[in-house]
Design a protein. Structure first.
Ligand SMILES: Cc1cc2nc3c(=O)[nH]c(=O)nc-3n(C[C@H](O)[C@H](O)[C@H](O)COP(=O)(O)OP(=O)(O)OC[C@H]3O[C@@H](n4cnc5c(N)ncnc54)[C@H](O)[C@@H]3O)c2cc1C
Length: 288
């Protein structure tokens, strides 16, 4: 690995200042993607800026009005262990417990998962389904971007030069809401999703009143499929409605064939994973 300088600023303005003065610098949260990429030579850095000492990036707060704030450097194990997240956002606690294994979860952050912008990233479809937004800071101040607009290409995101992700904001789910993320992996754990489906639904009097569906590993970026959620709204909760939404999600997918599976296999899995995730989300919504 090529040698680099390391710094760990204690404030956000300091981190932004470093990024502005050294545009080739790389940000490090848990490092579970970055260090692998630096070692393999896929990425290079003269300076690595460790963001873990910045208090705002370590915030993990829930407010019933404002929703959930996940600081960009919060490691997955804190989400898994958080009682409010377990009760209000069980799907998020599950995703955090599926990223890598115990050691990885001690370092890896959801912020890093998002910024790495892998088409297969496990947290992103669920964040999209939950209507989450990214809070970004940079030399021009702060701005907010919907998660479905954050990734722009494999490994690329919306962040401009000098900008960094501060936190992810997830709105408090409406009453009778449920969410789920399911992925298909050839092994039981520590594998990259062949297909993942993140869904969130709200139900009133047996009818869907809101739904959002997103997929991973079937397009150059995590794929939001608004039409699949829209197809559920106004429909009674019944297997036919779930299957129809799953078919729309499947049609939107444009996967490639690779060593993990053919495009046709991935297409098939889109419908299966979406329908199964919807079944879990419906059960959760009915229990809420
Ligand atoms: C053994 C192993 C298993 C894994 N299993 C999974 C899995 O099951 N599912 C999955 O989705 N991923 C998996 N990963 C990938 C990785 O662990 C996740 O993507 C993780 O969430 C990355 O978080 P991090 O904090 O380590 O990010 P880092 O490696 O620190 O950063 C990732 C990228 O984002 C940038 N970055 C980090 N923070 C910011 C910020 N605040 N603002 C702007 N840019 C930033 C970095 O510069 C880097 O380019 C695995 C990795 C390993 C090594």
């Amino acid at each position: 690995m090529k040698a680099f300088d390391y710094t760990a600023p204690a404030t956000l303005p300091e981190a932004v200042g470093l990024l502005v003065s050294q545009p080739s610098a790389r940000l490090l949260a848990g490092g579970t993607d970055l260090i692998v990429q630096l070692r393999s030579g896929r990425k290079e850095a003269d300076l690595v800026i460790d963001i873990k000492k910045i208090p705002e990036l370590n915030a993990l707060d829930f407010d019933p009005i404002a929703g959930l704030t996940i600081g960009a450097a919060v490691p997955c194990y804190r989400l898994t262990a958080h009682l409010v997240i377990q009760s209000h956002f069980p799907a998020l606690a599950e995703v955090a417990s599926w990223i890598g294994g115990t050691q990885i979860q001690g370092r890896a952050s959801i912020g890093g998962n998002l910024c790495n912008a892998a088409p297969s990233a496990d947290s992103i479809p669920l964040l999209i389904a939950l209507g989450a937004t990214a809070l970004i800071a940079g030399p021009g101040g702060r701005r907010t971007v919907a998660i479905e607009d954050f990734c722009t290409a494999p490994g690329r995101n919306q962040l401009a030069s000098g900008e960094l992700l501060v936190s992810i904001q997830i709105p408090t789910p409406a009453p009778h809401s449920g969410a789920a993320y399911l992925r298909f992996i050839p092994r039981n754990e520590m594998d990259i999703a062949v297909v993942g489906a993140g869904v969130a639904v709200t139900i009133a009097d047996g009818v869907f009143t809101a739904a959002r569906i997103a997929l991973s590993a079937v397009a150059p970026t995590p794929l939001f499929v608004p039409a699949a959620g829209a197809a559920l709204v106004g429909q009674p909760v019944a297997p036919a409605a779930l299957e129809a939404a799953a078919q729309i999600a499947q049609s939107a997918a444009a996967p490639i064939s690779d060593m993990r599976g053919t495009a046709a296999y991935r297409k098939h899995l889109c419908a299966v994973m979406t329908r199964r995730a919807l079944e879990i989300a419906v059960t959760r919504a009915q229990e809420n």
